[in-house]
Design a binder for this molecule. Sequence first.
Ligand code: NI
Length: 175
Amino acid sequence: MAIRKVARLGTPVLRQQARALAPDEIGNASVQTLIDDMIETMREYDGAGLAAPQIYESLQIVVFEVEGNPRYPEAPGIPLTVLVNPVVTPTTKEMEEDWEGCLSLPDLRGRVPRYTSVSVTAHDRDGARLTFEADDFHARVIQHECDHLDGIVYPDRMASMESLSFVREYQRYQA
Ligand code: NI
């Protein structure tokens, strides 16, 4: 296991379409090590989630976990989840705007509209099929992370740049 360097905005891999894994590829030692590294890196930097392109691997894998996260102190808990080749489908037309940050855009926050409810199909890290629904903050994290697999970062989804703030100013004026 290793803590990996996180790609910052401007790095081309963050703007590429990530490659889907073949089902029989998921069990490979290199993929399992990558998943372990993603989890370790996410935890080291207090991320709510991490997508493989953020550590320079253009593959369709995301991890997320929220549990007493100092970057998101008021967020409800989300158990550690690994999604391979996720497909996210909104199950409502309702969107809600809230603050997001991203380890690839350090020190920034912005308000992003997201669907309040989504349905997810994916493989887990053992290759098993996974289908579930998620709402609200959980749905937000999933949409944010899975966007990374399509080369999309949260400012692309902002209705306006007006709320874009540095964390220090966000804490001073918004929190
Ligand atoms: Ni991100």
